[in-house]
Design a protein around this ligand. Structure first.
Ligand code: GTP
Length: 263
């Protein structure tokens, strides 16, 4: 089976849901309608028609009340309850994947609830064993222009790659607000990233300006990340305007080819 599943993961507010909405309408226009799963039990409204929605089988507010849980505990418990039906869900997804070009999956903004929970791992492993599964890590580009924030975000992406061991595409979103050229430059040219770090350190008014220790740590980490960057696909998109959607779909095709390689 070659129909890929694209799992959208990203920090809260990075634009996962808007990206899913744009991808959905783009696929309707240029290819065929995707099959969509929403795995965010706490979302109030989704701007697309989900074919399978965790909210149809688990009531997030009831879970909070019944188990006396806070917001994150309730998301994890809702995912646990949903994971008990994974065989049923996979059966449907596998069947439907034969007649669609893509399966799209939206996840909770609280990344750790999904990526680091046992049920999140069960859901991802089961999905990846059934169809080629690619992670789209959505980045809020305008909020990542500082070298310190950029480094933190990339380390997070690296940890997701390490945890899931699935092919990863970094999607720089919101490029209608900030061009992602700075990011691609920092990812390919270590010296330009070092220059940005140095400028940050010298700017005394910048609260993100680090100490000598912090900047030397960031230098070392950026060297480590060079290896991470080498295996990545990076695309710039705007979920608002639709710019970059074809580039994203091409990156998905490339990653599907790599799917069976050893990560
Ligand atoms: P959570 O589910 O709460 O984690 O959020 P999310 O990652 O799904 O983000 P969402 O799609 O809700 O978008 C967050 C905010 O960013 C909203 O105000 C969107 O309108 C805005 N947004 C999303 N994509 C874009 C984009 O491409 N450009 C601009 N300018 N804003 C965007």
């Amino acid at each position: 089976m070659t129909t890929p599943a694209v799992v959208c993961i990203g920090m809260a507010g990075s634009g996962k849901t808007t990206f899913m909405q744009r991808l959905n309408s783009h696929l309707h226009a240029v290819d065929s309608p995707p099959y969509i799963l929403n795995l965010d039990p706490a979302v109030l409204n989704v701007p697309y028609a989900a074919n399978i929605d965790i909210r149809d089988s688990v009531n997030y507010k009831e879970v909070m009340k019944q188990y006396n849980l806070g917001p994150n505990g309730a998301i994890i418990t809702a995912l646990n309850l949903f994971a008990t039906k994974i065989d049923q869900v996979l059966g449907i997804v596998e069947q439907r994947a034969k007649s669609v070009s893509h399966v799209l999956i939206d996840t909770p903004g609280q990344i750790e609830c999904f990526v680091w929970s046992a049920s999140g791992a069960i859901l991802l492993d089961a999905l990846a064993s059934a169809i080629p599964t690619v992670i789209a890590y959505i980045v809020d580009t305008p909020r990542t222009t500082s070298p310190a924030t950029f480094m933190s975000n990339m380390l997070y992406a690296c940890s997701i790659l390490y945890k899931t061991k699935l092919p990863l595409i970094i999607v720089f979103n919101k490029t209608d607000v900030a061009d992602a050229q700075f990011a691609t430059e920092w990812m390919t040219d270590f010296e330009s990233f070092q220059a940005a770090l140095k400028a940050l350190d010298e700017d005394e008014n910048n609260p993100e300006g680090g100490s000598g220790y912090m900047n030397s740590l960031m230098n070392s980490m950026s060297l480590v990340l060079e290896e991470f960057y080498r295996h990545l696909d990076v695309v710039s998109v705007s979920a608002y305007t639709g710019a970059g959607m074809n580039d994203f779909l091409e990156a998905v095709d490339r990653k599907v080819e790599e799917f069976n390689t050893d990560y």
